[in-house]
Design a protein around this ligand. Sequence first.
Ligand SMILES: Cc1cc2nc3c(=O)[nH]c(=O)nc-3n(C[C@H](O)[C@H](O)[C@H](O)COP(=O)(O)O)c2cc1C
Length: 186
Amino acid sequence: MLHWQTLLESSLKQTRDEPESRFFQLATVNDKGMAQNRTVVCRDFSSENDTLRFISDTRSAKFAELRHQPNAAICWYFALTREQYRLTVAAAIDTPQTNIALCEHYWQGLSRLGRQQFLWGRPASIRPQPQQPLQTATDSEVVPVHFCVVTLNVFAVDYLNLKGNPQQRQSFEKKHSQWHSTDLIP
Ligand SMILES: Cc1cc2nc3c(=O)[nH]c(=O)nc-3n(C[C@H](O)[C@H](O)[C@H](O)COP(=O)(O)O)c2cc1C
């Protein structure tokens, strides 16, 4: 039986020419107990550490939600390989104040357009003049104070492969640093 890390590495490899295969949905819970969901870009997957990373803005709702409740869920579907991964994760967040080297690493890897998204005003605040282009700060070499890198530590995986008859479903659970897997009826 293959480990989920090997399966995910293989899915990423097979879909490397499709940018959308790097997008996954991240569900969090807000302070009212309501589920919230959005798409983010996977910037890194470490099969050794069981972690995924994405970058974000500390002024966004997801930052407050993950601070309040670090447990979150990912749903990631690879259309080409017809595989779904549902990952149960715990988030750890780094900002320029907690780990400048890590934040600089991801900031330097962004295109000018990618950086610009962090240089507008506060996310979700009202845009005063929608007909005018958004003004951005000019200095994009310096990591903004509100930039953050979110590391998601995976501790359970539900894997579903729609290819083949029967379909394949496996559950993986990490207990005391050891992974245990079980074959399930899809
Ligand atoms: C394809 C795609 C990729 C995205 N990637 C990110 C990302 O990596 N980080 C991020 O903070 N927001 C990303 N977003 C925007 C989020 O989905 C969301 O709209 C925004 O971050 C506000 O979410 P929040 O209010 O739940 O914090 C992406 C959106 C799309 C459609």
